[in-house]
Each structure stands twice: as C-alpha cells, then as structure tokens.
Design a binder for this molecule. Sequence first.
Ligand SMILES: Nc1ncnc2c1ncn2[C@@H]1O[C@H](COP(=O)(O)OP(=O)(O)O)[C@@H](O)[C@H]1O
Ligand SMILES: [Mg+2]
Length: 291
Amino acid sequence: MPVITMEDVHHAYLKGTSLETHALQNINLEVSEGEILALAGPTGSGKSTLAMLLNGLLVPTRGRVLINGLDTRQKKYRRELWRQVGLVFQYPEYQFFEENVFKEVAFGPSNMDLTPAEIEQRVTHALKNVGLDPEVVRERSPWSLSGGQRRRVALASILANRPRVLVLDEPTAGIDPAGKRQIFKTIKKLKQDESITVILITHNMDDIASMADRVLVLERGKPFFMGTPAEVFADPPGLRSIGLDVPFAAELKHRLNTNGVPLQTDGLTIDGVEKEINSYLRSKKSVVSSQ
Ligand SMILES: Nc1ncnc2c1ncn2[C@@H]1O[C@H](COP(=O)(O)OP(=O)(O)O)[C@@H](O)[C@H]1O
Ligand SMILES: [Mg+2]
C-alpha cells in the first residue's frame, strides 16, 4: 500500500465566495515508503496547499487524501495524522515559543503519553539526527543559535514526534550552505535508516537533482509534469516556460544534444556530462588520426 495516496484532489480557498481560488486541481499521486518526492513549481502554484492537505490541516474540497490508508477527512484520525505526518513549514523558526532547545523539541512528545525518560530519549535522538550535540544546545535559547542551527532545531522538534512522512516546505530557504548540507544529510539518513517518506518542496533544481527519486511539477494548481529528475530536466524549454530554472548540467546536455552531440548521461551532475564530453572528444580524435 502506498504511504500517500491522492485521488482526484482539488482544493479551493473561500469556496462559494467571490474570492474563490482554485489552489489545486486534478492531483493524483501515490508515494511509497522511503521515497523522496520533490514538489516544484513557481510561487502560487499550490505547493504549500498540497503540503497542508497531507496532515489534515486542510481537507480537499473534492477527491480524497489517504495516509497509510487513513482518510484525512475523518475527524477521528486527526491526532493520528498529526503524529504520522510531520510538517515543517517555511521559516519554521518563527514559531519557536519555548525558552530552551530541550523544551522546544520535547513539546510534541510531551503531549504523547510518554515517560520523562522516553521524552528525553526522543529529544536526544532527534537532536543528534539533525547534527546538533544535545549536551551543548539543550539549555540554550533557540534564538541564541545561528540561522542554520535554528532551522535544525525546528526539524528536530518535528522528528521527535517520530513521523512516518516528513513534509518540508522550502527547508533550506534563507540559510547558509553548511546548514543546508546538514539538513540534506539528515533527510538522506532518515530515508536510509528509517525508510521515512519525504515530500520536499523546493524551487531549487540542483537540490532536486541531488535529492529526489521523483518530481511533481505544479503549474497554477495543476500537475505539469511527474517523473524522475532526469526526465524533468530533459526538457529545459518546458521548465523555463513556467518560470523554473534548469540545472547547469541539464542545460549543457540539452544544448549539446540539439547541436548534434549525442550525450547519453542523465544530465544530473556536471561530472557525468564532463566524462561524456571527454569520451566524445576522444572518439572524434581517434577518427581524425585514423584517416
Ligand atoms: N489562505 C488562503 N486564502 C485564499 N487563497 C489562498 C490562501 N492560501 C493560498 N491561497 C492561494 O492559493 C494559491 C496557491 O497558493 P500556495 O499553495 O501558497 O502556493 P505555493 O506554495 O506554490 O506558492 C495561490 O493563488 C494563493 O494565492
Ligand atoms: Mg508556498
């Protein structure tokens, strides 16, 4: 059974009023356990709406959303959904409200009927998972940390709930490269060690190339493309037509291909493209020297 199922999902804000906005339409989606699905699309394309539909914060105005078979429209599953689906909002650190890191990360588990020892264990594990030393940060105010560290505390506070699905809305926006690398390392580790399912919202195409198993590209609330990163990047003009960037490696591959240099690489990394250009040049040279 897929961990996430979306069947003909629509979401309209302010339905029935003159301000009705169709934020999402015709979304059909299945995501398996341990999969990293990137969600891309220009501003206003419905990414955050889709994120909120996954933990029941919003319910679809048509169609249905199932998480491990639980229908998000059913009120009796609200609490279970909140446990199973961890949603890390954009700029989550703006929502800190506890005086120290320990209390901030312990907030979810403290509402879960756990013993103090179990809570302690969860907090420690979550902080280690995001690359923070629990002993060093536990008594500190979350506000005294660097931007990248604060973002990681916010992620740890969601991980402490032990979600099976992690939804990250632009998790690396506005933080330094080291903080960004650490967050991506954490996501990969969670996938590998705990088979956690990840929905990664980003408009950074290089991040998609390095992180995602599949990509859903949205455009004005509708599915524009669904496939592997290599498949999405095979169409730079299509991506640009909706205002998205194209990774340099993919652009280079595409231009060489359209100019008669047939590269087979997936176009995801510059190393892959470089290797093929080198072997292409070598093959040309050997043709010339044997003439
Ligand atoms: N609370 C809301 N009330 C009314 N319209 C909204 C609300 N939130 C988002 N929208 C509209 O829904 C559409 C999708 O928004 P959103 O899901 O935030 O897109 P994204 O995250 O891709 O930028 C946009 O047209 C946006 O203006
Ligand atoms: Mg958004």
